[in-house]
Design a protein around this ligand. Structure first.
Ligand code: AP5
Length: 201
């Protein structure tokens, strides 16, 4: 059972672009039976029928906080998960952090954060070589162009990185080195999360 003090745990996974958040969130969710809340994926699906949102994503800027809060509320009210959740890409600024605290009180969650760190050089290298294969065709994300990667990284440093301190002050924060190969990063996360639960039991 993944509850501590009888409270479901919400894991927040954050870090720079390309640090492997989505890669690791999928593994974490499978190992601990959590529901994934991936904001970027929801936004990209909505953008297919919303030109303004598509432009916003293509420019690499954060989507407005009210829209994001609506998406979180909608997801949480529909996707009940007794074991808890793993959040990929939320919160990303101080307003969203405060909203998370409000949600935590409303739903009685315990929040813990996993920060995956990665150097700027590795961010650029990973995102500039990322693609998906669909029907044998290489599909590159619209926001993975070099100038947009720079902008996303700048936004991250201004808006999201300062949350590292707030998470450390307010909740438990597990720090992970995102540079090694995927399996090594997963092993670091599993060890840190197991230790978190063992300390609580
Ligand atoms: P989002 O989709 O969340 O993108 P991101 O944060 O820029 O992160 P990425 O998806 O680029 O990287 P990742 O860390 O998930 O790494 P991944 O596992 O894919 O957000 C997109 C946009 O939506 C934002 O720019 C913003 O506009 C908007 N948005 C989202 N959330 C928002 C919010 N809360 N508020 C407002 N706006 C919001 O891995 C990357 C690549 O590296 C892959 O190819 C992978 O195979 C590879 N890789 C992963 N780990 C390793 C490893 N250890 N070694 C080698 N390669 C690796």
């Amino acid at each position: 059972m993944l509850k501590t003090d009888n409270l479901p745990v919400v894991w927040v996974v954050f870090g720079p672009q390309g640090s492997g958040k989505t890669t690791q969130v999928e593994r974490l969710a499978e190992r601990y039976g959590l529901k994934i809340f991936e904001v970027g994926k929801i936004l990209r699906a909505r953008a297919k029928i919303d030109e303004k949102l598509q432009r916003n994503l293509n420019q690499g800027t954060l989507v407005d906080n009210a829209t994001i809060l609506g998406i979180v509320d909608d997801f949480i009210s529909k996707q009940i998960s007794p074991n808890g959740y793993v959040f990929d890409g939320y919160p990303r600024n101080s307003v969203q952090f405060n909203d998370l605290i409000t949600l935590q009180k409303k739903y009685g969650w315990q929040v813990a954060a996993i920060f995956i760190n990665l150097s700027d050089g590795s961010v650029k290298q990973r995102l500039s070589t990322r693609f998906r294969l669909i029907d044998g065709q290489k599909i590159i994300r619209d926001d993975d162009k070099p100038e947009i990667i720079e902008k996303r990284l700048d936004n991250y440093k201004k808006e999201t990185l300062p949350l590292r301190e707030r998470f450390a002050e307010t909740f438990q924060l597990l720090e992970i080195d995102g540079e090694p190969p995927v399996a090594n990063v997963t092993a670091q996360i599993n060890t840190a999360v197991d230790r978190f639960f063992n300390a609580k039991s």
